[in-house]
Structures are given as C-alpha cells and as structure tokens.
Design a protein around this ligand. Sequence first.
Ligand code: SF4
Ligand code: URA
Length: 232
Amino acid sequence: MSAPLRNYLEFYRDLGIAELFVDPPPAGEAAPAPAPADSADPAGQLQVIQNDIGDCTRCRLHKGRHSIVFGSGNPLAKVVFVGEGPGADEDAQGLPFVGRAGQLLTRMIEKTCAKEGLPVRRNDVYICNVVKCRPPDNRAPEKDEMEICGRFLERQLQAIAPKAVCVLGGTAAKALLRTTAGITKLRGNWQRWGDIPVMPTFHPSYLLRAYNAEAKRLAWEDLKKLFHLAYD
Ligand code: SF4
Ligand code: URA
C-alpha cells in the first residue's frame, strides 16, 4: 500500500470511520456503476450489493415495509435457499425466514442433514428472498416487483456462487427459472440457473398446512438430493 493511501485510511480510521460507504442514489436517479468487487470475496461483494440497495424505493413494495430483508447466513455457503418475500415477522426483525415457516425450514435443513450424516446447520447455508420488502397483506409479489428486485437476488447468487440453490415454492421458482410450470411439476427435478443446479421444492408455509404429510415427505426427498449434490 502506498504511503499516501495508508495515511488517508489512517486519517479516516482515527476519525472512527472504519469503512467508507457509498451513498444510495436518490429516488429516480440512475444507480452509479457498481463498485468493482473482488470475485474471491463473497462477503465483500454481498456488502456492495446491500450498499447498492441502500434505502431502496425502486418498486412500490418500499411503501409498506419496516425493514429491507437482505438475506442471512454464510457468504461462503454451498447451498442457498430462495423464498418469495418477507412476511410480518421477517419485516419486523429484518431477517429472512424467522417466523413459523422459517422455523420449519430451519428444522427441515438441520434434521435432513443430521439424518444424512452431513454437518450442516442453518448458519452454514445462505437464505434470502426474491423480493426484499414485505408485500402488503402477504400477497404474492407481482411480476414487475420480482423483476426489479430480482436483479439483487441474481447478484447475490453470483457473489456466493453456491454449489446448489433451492427455490421454495412456485412463485420463487417462476421468478428465478423464468418458467410457467407449477411447483408440483417442477419439484424434485434439477433445473439450472446459469451453471448452478437448482432444486425446486414446496414452500414451508404450504407444508405447515396439516393435510400435507405427503408433501412433507416429498420435500424431505428434495432436500436430500440438494444437500448430497452440494456436499458429497
Ligand atoms: Fe427495492 Fe426490492 Fe424493496 Fe422493491 S422490494 S423497494 S426493489 S428492495
Ligand atoms: N416466506 C418467505 O417466502 N420468505 C420469508 O422470509 C418468510 C416467509
């Protein structure tokens, strides 16, 4: 590092500013070109994406949100789970899949892996959604909202470059895979997003409904395939 650059960074550090952040663009203005990110630094790349989202007003979902739910977990994850969008609990806490469906998802991940002899806990994977702001009244996100916010999802997947992705439910599957096929048809069958294998399965909210014992068994089969592809 050159002496002037070191002095410059030390100057900011002495002021108590550990990192220099890019301000989000004001509403209606074109976003600046993304800062060049180190392709060997997924955590840094995720931070750049989160900074670019900023206090986002790019779609109408910003109006009703309390927090932007960016994603959580390991930036070096081998497996990424993609849901539809935050619910009330997620919006309140700013974290994905922390409500009832999220607790089921956590149990499904950890129980499947324990039974299969794989040392995987929820914190080892990465979890996010197609849209980062809660749709009002828990409605499904609309096509334009998923297209606008989906750009951030795609950048998250490029940054993490996992061995496999699991899309949860028909809405997320349609958004990522650009297909019109329903989840009953897609689930259990490997799809691709670019070079990355994608396993579609049922959304945990659907599995929470009592009459879905058979769907739960199928989802368990799907997760087994997912984790074995990523960890074997
Ligand atoms: Fe921005 Fe995505 Fe929230 Fe829409 S859903 S306001 S695009 S962060
Ligand atoms: N449902 C989703 O699709 N995502 C969440 O984060 C929570 C519930």
